[in-house]
Design a protein around this ligand. Sequence first.
Ligand code: 13P
Ligand code: SF4
Length: 336
Amino acid sequence: METLLTDASTMLDKKGFLDIEIPEGTDLIAEINRMRKEKNAIILAHYYQIPEIQDISDFLGDSLQLARAAAETDADMIVFCGVHFMAEAAKILNPTKKVVLPDLKAGCSLADSCSGEGLRAMRAEHPNAIVISYINCDAGVKAESDIIVTSSNAKTILDSLPQEQEIIFAPDKNLGKYLNKVTGRNMILWDGACIVHEAFSLERIARQLAEHPNAKLIAHPESEEPVLNASDFVGSTSRLLNFVQTDDAQEFIVATEAGIIHEMQKMAPGKTLIPAMTSDENNCNCSECFFMKRNTMEKVYLCMKYELPEILIEEELRQRAEKSITKMLDLSVKVK
Ligand code: 13P
Ligand code: SF4
């Protein structure tokens, strides 16, 4: 193991994961289960992970549920199957625990669009504003923020603040616009977006709706305004999941990352779930987050075995970032 890992940091810098050959015939699921027990590890997975990872997770959820699970766990090692900002949030909440992410390059276009420095500069232009940031941001941005929100609790948290309070909202302009509309606010928006949710094509979705006249269009609020305006229901990943189970409709066109369909189909077995089409005529018709899909079963196995790549955060930054996440966890009521 020592020799294999001599070049680990170079490998992680270059590739983002441990590119180590796994002996043929290794039963990945059995090995993951064995290590999970031996190492007192918990596997947290987001709904956008590949189905195999969702199925082996101890806890599957949206960003808010995962942050809560990370805050509550007594495991010694958190194996975070999601993207970097999510694993980083788990580490911020658990400084003494080991947090590993199967692939360090599992990033996020939204998180990448905003820096702590940039946000500080924006704040300087609006001295009376408080800064509310979507959880899809890095520790530097969290440290510059007053409160963190997710798409599940953003409206509830905003509604708890005085209507006249000036607010900067970062980094998702689509979610920000949507929140301005549903809360009657006029927040100043950072100009970031999710490449996955921005890819939906209203024109092609309209064709899908024409082919399925009884289907309801449901969308995640990271989608663009025209798609949201055309939707029958807008909600976070877990709210969409809940909606397909409780609504009377039998068919749904789902405008969010296609990984959610796996859990949706399990929860609503008799219903027809159709991934909304993107504008990409050449590739697949569904929308997949390239970053989320970087995690594979092999990488989960390797990161549990070698306990790498590990998420590490400088303590002063961690403490500043923790305040804004803790504020969110304190303010948000339990939402499903
Ligand atoms: P939620 O899990 O909060 O719905 O967010 C979706 C997302 O884009 C995660 O990256
Ligand atoms: Fe980021 Fe969008 Fe991927 Fe979510 S789906 S991780 S917001 S790029």
